[in-house]
Design a protein around this ligand. Structure first.
Ligand SMILES: N#Cc1c(-c2ccc3cc[nH]c3c2)n[nH]c1N
Length: 250
């Protein structure tokens, strides 16, 4: 997968060189390029913004630099498999299912804005050339979209074959929100490691029993309990067919 990120703060994307995503890039699984939006400006001041039409606070990002950048990164005729991702607080929620969908793309172009956002006409023009996703990472307001790009690239990148080792395959995601595997749609229950007694607190004996069926049942019960407590909406959203008799007894 090729990933292009266009931004006025390229240094904000430095974490993409680190850890899981950095290793995936080194391995050639991800081909990540971060670009300075001002590359596609032509005036003395490398202007990327202007005052909002109709008045109002702040500044709006001009469509021209974004359009030139997009055209350079996705030349006409090469749109097949390319998707433009625009982080925005007014976007569709970015969820695990959205991450799974984006992981099927061959080319993602991220357009993290600043100021009051990008001139709407850029989004409309881009949508005539390729799928455009306006996505939000949560119900709070950031100062720009770069943080959201880091979140989305990690959530999508970890789903690509070869990025996670076998021991930590995304298929077994148990942090909830995965739509795959036995814990699909549930939040993860508590996890423990050695020592068996720490601070006078014991690891639940079931986890030391060696009985994998009983352990699996206990973990699912704990996931159901935590999900019901923390995110009852996820319980409501579960496919009833995904719940067995013992689940319903919870
Ligand atoms: N995604 C996302 C966002 C943002 C966001 C995204 C882009 C810009 C550009 C200026 N301010 C922004 C805030 N705030 N909260 C979210 N969940």
């Amino acid at each position: 997968m090729r990933i292009d990120v266009v931004t006025i703060f390229p240094e904000y994307l430095a974490p993409l060189d680190v850890s899981l995503i950095g290793k995936a890039a080194t391995a050639g699984i991800l081909d990540i390029h971060v670009h300075e939006l001002r590359t596609w400006t032509h005036d003395r001041h490398n202007t990327v913004d202007d005052s909002p039409c109709g008045g109002g606070p702040g500044m709006v990002m001009k469509p021209e630099p974004w359009w030139e950048a997009l055209t350079a990164l996705v030349p006409p005729g090469s749109e097949d498999g390319a998707r433009l991702i625009v982080p925005t607080p007014s976007g569709r929620p970015f969820t695990q299912r959205v991450a799974e969908d984006l992981a099927t793309a061959s080319h993602l172009v991220f357009a993290p804005a600043r100021y009051e956002g990008i001139d709407r006409r850029f989004i409309e023009a881009a949508a005539e050339r390729m799928p455009v996703e306006e996505l939000s990472i949560g119900d709070y307001v950031l100062a720009g979209g770069e943080v959201a790009v880091l979140v989305m690239v990690e959530a999508v990148g970890r789903l690509l074959p070869g990025v996670l080792g076998n021991a930590e395959s995304a298929k077994d995601d148990s942090f909830g929100h995965s739509s795959q595997g036995g814990m699909a749609g549930l939040l993860e229950g508590p996890v423990y490691t050695k020592p068996a007694n720490w601070d006078g607190r014991e690891v639940p004996p079931v986890l030391l029993s060696g009985n994998h069926a009983v352990i699996a049942r206990w973990r699912r019960d704990e996931a159901l309990r935590r999900t019901a407590q923390t995110r009852p909406d996820l319980i409501e959203a579960l496919d009833p067919a995904a719940l067995d008799k013992k689940d319903r007894a919870q």
